[in-house]
Ligand binder design. Structure first.
Ligand code: NDP
Length: 243
């Protein structure tokens, strides 16, 4: 029986590419995000290549919605083997701009969203005595730059939470954990930046051959497709030219 995967943030970028890649490799996929039209389009694309797919409109900042997502996955596909906690936002800014709403949004989506995903699927994975939770951190989860304090804080937190989960899950539950740390990937992520002083980020990307979503999807698939006793704990993937 094929492993069943939930992918949050499947409506664009890395999540979209990951859903497509896993479906192409034969995994039934449950797509989750807020923009329903995007999810419908991807569902059709996956069905057209013969993949098994469903979607659910979910805001990852609601624990009730994340629980309903996990339940819907099990109702539809019989189990949940893989959760890719990918949904994230990056409205980076200098701290003295006091963009409090954007700080809250990053903490809610990037940290609480990941925790709620873990909380929602763990009961099923523990009952199955198998599972794999893949959390998307970032190179910004290893280094901090001006403007990225809060975003980096959330991505360091994702790494800490994933490592804690790994240590708690190694006593027979057979739940694997993987941290994925992408460098610059061409997606919609920079669209939410409102701090004009950070336009240089976009300029910097213009002068570099950045990654495609598929490059990250391949790293995720690599971790998933290892034998059950092999737990790929962390992968960093940067564009060759990124410092
Ligand atoms: P995109 O902006 O293209 O995708 C972000 C996804 O997150 C969208 O599908 C969006 O869907 C979803 N999302 C945002 N907020 C919510 C929410 N409240 N509830 C549900 N879904 C939500 O960016 P990326 O693909 O680049 O980002 C994916 C992950 O990769 C993020 O965690 C990001 O931090 C990380 N990352 C990206 C890098 C890059 O260079 N692109 C580098 C390092 C890490 P919708 O709006 O439909 O809800």
């Amino acid at each position: 029986m094929s492993k069943v995967a939930i992918i949050t943030g499947a409506s664009s970028g890395i999540g979209h590419a990951t859903a497509l890649e896993l479906a192409q490799r034969g995994f039934p996929v449950m797509l989750a995000a807020r923009r329903e039209e995007r999810l419908k389009e991807l569902q059709q694309e996956i069905e057209a290549i013969g993949g098994k797919v469903s979607y659910r409109v979910v805001d990852v900042t609601s624990y009730a919605e994340m629980e309903a997502l996990a339940k819907a996955t099990v109702d539809e596909f019989g189990r949940v083997d893989i959760l890719v906690n990918n949904a994230g936002v990056m409205p980076i800014s200098f701290l003295n701009k006091r963009k409090i709403d954007e700080w809250d949004q990053m903490i809610d989506v990037n940290i609480k969203g990941v925790l709620y995903g873990i909380g929602a699927v763990l009961p099923y994975m523990e009952a199955q005595k198998s599972g794999h939770i893949i959390n998307i951190s970032s190179v910004a989860g290893h280094i901090v730059g001006p403007g990225s304090s809060v975003y980096s804080g959330t991505k360091y937190a994702v790494r800490a939470i994933t490592e804690g989960l790994r240590q708690e899950m190694k006593f027979g539950q057979n739940v694997r954990t993987t941290i994925i740390c992408p460098g610059a990937v061409e997606t919609e992520l920079t669209n939410t930046i409102t701090d004009k002083d950070l336009d240089r980020i976009r300029e910097q990307f213009k002068n570099m051959k950045v990654l495609e979503g598929k490059n990250i999807a391949d790293a995720i698939a690599y971790a998933i497709e290892q034998p059950e006793h092999v737990d790929v704990n962390e992968i960093i993937v940067r564009p060759t030219a990124q410092s």
